[in-house]
Design a protein around this ligand. Structure first.
Ligand code: SAM
Length: 251
């Protein structure tokens, strides 16, 4: 794989797992994982015809048509329950990933799935919150920069003890002294319970850039003198302070 982002996703996939890659586009991930022998078989799901054709071409070109099947459909509806051990969803917004996961969960498509590897382009906190709410344990996360963009990859496991382990992950030591447990959990969902514990250049860069955006919004709010704007400004000022403090701690 030439992409650092796709490599980071592939590295989490458990040896021997049957893969379903949803929104597979060129099927790069299934081709790589079946090709290197990590996965015995894979399904590449696509909702759009162009990418579906690209997936079929990629699979055929790799000579893997007997072990990777491209299927057309919305999200996890391409799966029969029990068909996949690992689901990967990458390169979409967090809100779309959550809506795919939620529809799949309601349709029983996640029954028997052991592992999710998710790479939201934005809205990572929505994905973390969904995982926590539905008993998936965030086992690891990583952050990387490629072609001037920063990506986060979330690795989650379903297991009997998932709920307890997640309680430890989001409870436990607060990120900053003096935070209520609710504030602490919100900050961890936003910035990542693992990423906040490990200094990294990509993390520092992402949050410096987010801070610039948030300060820009705060400046806009200065122009408005409604009660609502004042409340949002106070809230935003607090968020900015906390992110700055976390950044100072992980530097
Ligand atoms: N997963 C690949 C990657 O990370 O490089 C491709 C990402 S591409 C930006 C997003 C793909 O998701 C597109 O090919 C799009 O057609 C597909 N997609 C969007 N919504 C989808 C859905 N609800 N179900 C299946 N595929 C979807």
């Amino acid at each position: 794989l030439t992409s650092k982002r796709l490599s980071a996703i592939a590295d989490y996939v458990l040896e021997g797992s049957r893969l379903a890659d949803i929104g597979s586009d060129h099927a790069l991930l299934p081709v790589e994982l079946v090709g290197r022998g990590t996965c015995p078989s894979a399904i590449a799901g696509e909702v759009n015809d162009g990418p579906l054709e690209a997936a079929r071409r990629g699979i055929a070109a790799a000579g893997l048509a007997s072990s990777i099947e491209a299927r057309k459909g919305d999200g996890l509806e391409v799966l029969q329950p029990g068909e996949a051990d690992t689901v990967t969803i990458a390169g979409m917004g967090g809100a779309l990933i959550v809506s795919i996961l939620e529809a799949g969960r309601l349709g029983g498509k996640l029954d028997g799935v052991r592992q999710l590897v998710l790479q939201p382009n934005v809205g990572e906190e929505l994905v973390r919150a969904w995982l926590l709410e539905h008993g998936w344990h965030l086992a690891e996360e990583s952050i990387l920069e490629e072609d001037g963009k920063i990506y986060e990859v979330l690795h989650a496991l379903s297991s009997a003890e998932a709920r307890e382990r997640s309680e430890e992950l989001y409870g436990g030591e607060p990120l900053l002294p003096g935070l209520t447990s609710e504030e602490d959990r919100r900050l961890k969902l936003r910035m990542g319970p693992y990423l906040t514990r490990r200094p990294s250049e990509a993390f520092a860069r992402k949050w410096s850039s987010e801070l610039r955006k948030l300060r820009g919004i705060a400046l806009q709010l200065e122009r408005s003198d409604t009660e609502e704007a004042a409340a949002r400004k106070r809230e935003l000022a607090q968020v900015i302070d906390r992110i700055e403090e976390v950044l100072a701690c992980t530097r």
